[in-house]
Write a protein that binds this ligand. Structure first.
Ligand code: NCD
Length: 295
C-alpha cells in the first residue's frame, strides 16, 4: 500500500485483509505478547495540525508496538509558528528522515497535497470534512469482532453527517464490506449525492438496525447544537430501548454527553465506544505495516 489518503482507494479484498490483520494484532495486544520489530528502525512522523486525543495516541502506540521511532510534532512549538510554510515543514520532516507521515489537518485535501510534495507515504488521520480512513477501518474491525461478520449487517449513521469526515469514510467503506447503510439526520445535514437511503425520522429506523453509529455535532465546521437536534436525534435510554436485542451503539468520539448521546447510553451495555478506541491501535498497526513492510 502506497499510503492511505481515502478509504475509497481500497477494494473489498484489501479492506478485508486489513480487518483480519488488525484483529490479529488485537489478539497480540490482548495476550500481552512482546512488541514486534516489524518496523524496527523506521520513523513515523505524527503531524497533527488539529486537536486529537485517541487518533494521535493510537498512531503513536501503534508505531511503537511495531518497533518504530515516533517523531512527535506540535505546530504551536514548531517552526510553523515562525511562519514556515506547510510545504517547507513537510520537506523538512522528510529530510529529517521520516519514513511515513501521519497527517491531520482542518483543511480538506491537505494529506493529498502533502503526498505530492515528497516521496514519503502519507496516512490521512482526518482532513476537514473530507475523510478519516483509519476511523472507518477500526469501526469495521469493531463490528467484525462483535458480530463475527460485516456482510449483511444494517447500520444507521445519525447526526451531523454533512460536516463529518468519519461519515464520509464510513459511506465508502461499509457498502464495500457488504454493510447496508441508512443515513439519519436533520434534512440540511443529509448529503444529496448519496446512494444510501436517508431519513429525518430516527424512530423509524431504530428497530431495524444492528449498529447505531452516532456522530458529534461538528461545531468547529459549521454544525450547530440546538435543543431541537437533541430532542429529535439524541439517543437516550428510551430510544436505545427500541433497538433490537443484539444491536450496538458506536461513536468515533469525542462524545458530547447529553447532546447526541445520553450518559446511560454512552456507559451502557450496548456501547462499543471504548472498544472502538481499543481497536484503534491494532488497526493503525495494520495500516503502518501494510505501508512500510512490502508484501
Ligand atoms: C473524529 C474526528 O476527529 O474526525 N474523532 C476521532 O478521530 N475519533 C470525530 C470527531 O471529532 O467528532
Amino acid at each position: 500500500m502506497k499510503g492511505l489518503i481515502s478509504i475509497g482507494s481500497l477494494g473489498r479484498d484489501d479492506l478485508e485483509a486489513l480487518v483480519r490483520r488488525s484483529i490479529e494484532f488485537r489478539s497480540r495486544l490482548d495476550g500481552h505478547e512482546p512488541d514486534g520489530n516489524e518496523l524496527a528502525g523506521r520513523a513515523v512522523a505524527n503531524l497533527f495540525f488539529e486537536p486529537s486525543t485517541r487518533t494521535r495516541l493510537s498512531f503513536h502506540l501503534a508505531a511503537r508496538r511495531l518497533g518504530a521511532i515516533v517523531l512527535p510534532y506540535d505546530p504551536a512549538t514548531s517552526s510553523s509558528a515562525k511562519g514556515e510554510s506547510l510545504r517547507d515543514t513537510i520537506l523538512t520532516v522528510a529530510a529529517v528522515g521520516a519514513d511515513v507521515m501521519v497527517v491531520r489537518h482542518s483543511r480538506n485535501g491537505v494529506p493529498e497535497e502533502i503526498a505530492g510534495w515528497s516521496d514519503r507515504p502519507v496516512v490521512n488521520a482526518g482532513d476537514g470534512t473530507n475523510e478519516h480512513p483509519t476511523q472507518a477501518l477500526l469501526d469495521a474491525v469493531t463490528i467484525k469482532k462483535r458480530f463475527g461478520r460485516l456482510d449483511g449487517l444494517r447500520m444507521a449513521i445519525v447526526g451531523d453527517i454533512a460536516h463529518s469526515r468519519v461519515a464520509n469514510s464510513l459511506m465508502k467503506a461499509m457498502p464495500t464490506l457488504g454493510v447496508d447503510l441508512t443515513l439519519v439526520g436533520p434534512s440540511n445535514w443529509l448529503p444529496a449525492d448519496t446512494t444510501a437511503p436517508t431519513t429525518d425520522a430516527i424512530d423509524d429506523v431504530l428497530a431495524g438496525v444492528d449498529v447505531l453509529y452516532l456522530l458529534r455535532v461538528q461545531t468547529e465546521r459549521g454544525g450547530e447544537i440546538t435543543e431541537r437536534f437533541v430532542s429529535e436525534f439524541g439517543i437516550d435510554r428510551s430510544r436505545a430501548g427500541r433497538l433490537r436485542g443484539e444491536a450496538v451503539v458506536m461513536h468515533p468520539g469525542p462524545i458530547n454527553r447529553g447532546v447526541e448521546i445520553s450518559e446511560e447510553v454512552a456507559d451502557g451495555p450496548r456501547s462499543l465506544i471504548l472498544e472502538q478506541v481499543a481497536n484503534g491501535v491494532p488497526s493503525r498497526m495494520a495500516v503502518l505495516e501494510a505501508i512500510l513492510v512490502p508484501g
